[in-house]
Design a binder for this molecule. Structure first.
Ligand SMILES: [Zn+2]
Length: 234
């Protein structure tokens, strides 16, 4: 609903108490604008990977798992806009940021045939303890936004994560790898049968977590996997 122009003073007054800030640069947003400012929208460090079948994202999985398609929305750089957005999303309870980014990226992915062919969208699950602390899974919010703008069903519990008591830091690299591999399972394989699953996470670093999840999905008969993340770290 549009508010009459003479009530703009009220928006400005409310803005003093509830500042409406851009999630990428922290500057004030004009009234009624949500998410990120127009300037940041143009300056987002977009990768354009979704338009290239072979890119720096899919490269990380070569010889490891067969991917239908893979792409990250943004380049993650220290102190950059993508880091700021993800920080808001993960640590400041800005749930809307996740859905907003998902919708934005979904508009781009809709134009890429390989991604458009996906039949289900599934997030990488958080560790149950972390999810309890945070109250939400940031990757699931991003997945929800993608699902809305791509018109592809969202299946939040396609994968589940096991609870572990031992800490990762005390383990060797190999043990950590094995730990990641065993951390996930598919609770309802019949739901993934013959599906092309778009697996979604917040940031890709080594790709070990995404790989472990994809391996579980690929164990299901006829299942295929593509991947999308908010950002890619160098
Ligand atoms: Zn901004």
């Amino acid at each position: 609903m549009l508010r009459a122009p003479h009530f703009r003073w009220l928006d400005n007054l409310l803005g003093l108490f509830y500042p409406n800030l851009c999630l990428a640069c922290g500057r004030n947003l004009p009234p009624r604008q949500e998410g990120i400012c127009i300037s940041c929208r143009y300056k987002l460090p977009k990768t354009g990977f979704h338009l290239e079948p072979d890119n720096a994202f899919t490269e990380r999985f070569w010889g490891r798992i067969p991917l239908q398609a893979g792409a990250a929305f943004l380049y993650f750089t220290r102190g950059g806009r993508a880091q700021r957005l993800i920080h808001h999303l993960k640590y400041e309870g800005k749930r809307k940021a996740g859905i907003y980014l998902g919708k934005l990226y979904g508009e781009a992915l809709r134009e890429a045939p390989a991604f458009r062919e996906a039949t289900l969208i599934a997030p990488v699950p958080l560790h149950p303890r972390k999810q309890h602390q945070r109250g939400y899974n940031q990757s699931a919010l991003f997945a929800r936004g993608l699902s809305e703008s791509m018109g592809i069903p969202f299946l939040p519990n396609a994968l589940k994560r096991r609870e572990y008591t031992t800490t990762q830091t005390k383990k060797s690299r190999l043990e950590r790898f094995e730990n990641v591999e065993k951390a996930f399972f598919v609770p309802y394989p019949e739901k993934l049968k013959g599906q092309h699953v778009l697996l979604v996470d917040d940031v890709i670093t080594t790709g070990a977590t995404l790989e472990a999840c994809a391996l579980k999905i690929l164990e299901v008969e006829g299942a295929k996997v593509s991947m999308a993340t908010i950002a890619i770290a160098q």
